[in-house]
Design a binder for this molecule. Structure first.
Ligand SMILES: [Zn+2]
Length: 116
């Protein structure tokens, strides 16, 4: 079986389980993977931080109401949150760390701050 290097495509000679032709290629390949994952994580963390900042700005009282339009106008991204809390009464809160929100009727959202 002819195997080729995952990084440069050169034919690999030697052990059957080798994936790279050289240490240099293995390092280059792994660095790329790590870079992609750290870029992705950085982007997600930035979104989470931004969402958290927006909720903290609006919800200064610890409990308040706001609208979807207001959240969106500040750049809030509803796809990113840290955890979901389903209450016994059937409500679903989405949390960004200790700041949470729950969809109310129409365009309204209830903002809450978790007591830690
Ligand atoms: Zn190579």
């Amino acid at each position: 079986m002819n195997k080729t290097c995952l990084e440069c495509g050169e034919k690999i000679v030697g052990r059957e389980d080798k994936k790279f032709c050289s240490d240099g290629c293995r390092n280059a390949f792994n660095n790329k993977i790590n870079k992609d994952s750290t870029n992705f994580m950085r982007n997600v963390n930035n979104k989470l931080r931004k969402n958290y900042r927006i909720l903290s700005e609006i919800n200064t009282e610890g409990k308040s109401k706001t609208t979807r339009a207001k959240l969106l106008s500040k750049g809030f991204d509803f796809d990113f949150f840290t955890n979901i809390l389903n209450t016994k009464t059937g409500n679903t809160y989405y949390f960004l760390y200790d700041q949470g929100y729950m969809h109310l009727d129409n365009d309204f959202y209830m903002l809450v701050k978790k007591d830690i």
